[in-house]
Design a protein around this ligand. Structure first.
Ligand SMILES: NC(=O)c1ccc[n+]([C@@H]2O[C@H](COP(=O)([O-])OP(=O)(O)OC[C@H]3O[C@@H](n4cnc5c(N)ncnc54)[C@H](OP(=O)(O)O)[C@@H]3O)[C@@H](O)[C@H]2O)c1
Length: 232
């Protein structure tokens, strides 16, 4: 049972939907997002006053990560850490031949280096929780070779590997790489500029898959929402 969670990138999309789902279950959720106004207006509407602690900032900034750690310290515990915030890179998605080094460096910083740095900061809290979990948001682009998705997909593959190794090194934790599948979000629209993505599932319909995963607590590993939703 999650009582205190930290969800990165909760101003919109899957992070906001997951935060709503966790708050509805009675959890306190520490959240971030770079735009303070958007983060605050998105999360103040959620039920359970005081249960969402907004800490605006950029995950790639070490000072901001320190502020997140301080919020966890004030909360006194952490049972769930969800590395949801992610970068897509340039839109339209460029072929690898056209992916500028600085764009890949930004993808790496946001999708791999920052989640690892935040995990390191928060491990002391997670280790003292009896049933703590760490979740990284994966993608089918981590395991499939889609044209244009090489930069993003490579960082998600690296994040999957960090999750897999963390699961081995921290046997007291559950560490899940979670592939949500396509979702109707700003990021998905940026991946398909000019296309109608309204047929993709709303992120709130994917949240039950992750909650079911957290409830059933299988061994650490990679899980797809599509498989979990079938079971639900
Ligand atoms: N949508 C899909 O179809 C899909 C499919 C597979 C995997 N995923 C993964 O699922 C996760 C959520 O995706 P989404 O579609 O919900 O994305 P989204 O709509 O782009 O939302 C991303 C959230 O992260 C925040 N964020 C981005 N960069 C940040 C940073 N450096 N520091 C702090 N917050 C940051 C954004 O707020 P600010 O902009 O205000 O910072 C926003 O709240 C991502 O990891 C994504 O790769 C998505």
């Amino acid at each position: 049972m999650t009582t205190t969670a930290l969800v990165t990138g909760a101003a919109r999309g899957f992070g906001l939907a997951l935060t709503a789902g966790l708050v509805a279950r009675g959890a306190t959720v520490i959240v971030d997002g770079r735009d303070a106004t958007t983060l605050t207006s998105a999360t103040t509407g959620l039920p359970g006053p005081g249960r969402v602690v907004a800490v605006p900032g950029d995950l790639t900034d070490a000072t901001h990560r320190g502020a997140l750690r301080a919020a966890v310290h004030r909360a006194g515990a952490l049972d769930l850490l969800v590395h949801n915030a992610g970068a897509l890179g340039p839109s339209p998605l460029p072929r690898l031949a056209d992916l500028p080094p600085h764009a890949f460096a930004n993808l790496w910083e946001t999708n791999v280096a920052a989640p690892l740095a935040l995990t390191r900061l928060l491990l002391p809290f997670l280790r003292t929780s009896p049933d703590a979990a760490v979740v990284t948001l994966s993608s089918d682009a981590a395991v499939e070779a889609y044209e244009g998705w090489g930069g993003y997909g490579a960082t998600k593959a690296a994040l999957d590997q960090l999750a897999a190794v963390l699961g081995v090194e921290e046997p007291g934790l559950r560490v899940y790489a979670f592939d949500p599948g396509d979702m109707r979000t700003d990021m998905h629209q940026r991946a398909f500029p000019g296309e109608d993505v309204s047929d993709r599932p709303h992120p709130s319909t994917v949240v039950p898959a992750l909650l079911a995963l957290l409830d059933s607590r299988p061994s650490s590993g990679r899980h797809r929402a599509a498989d979990l939703l079938e079971a639900v």
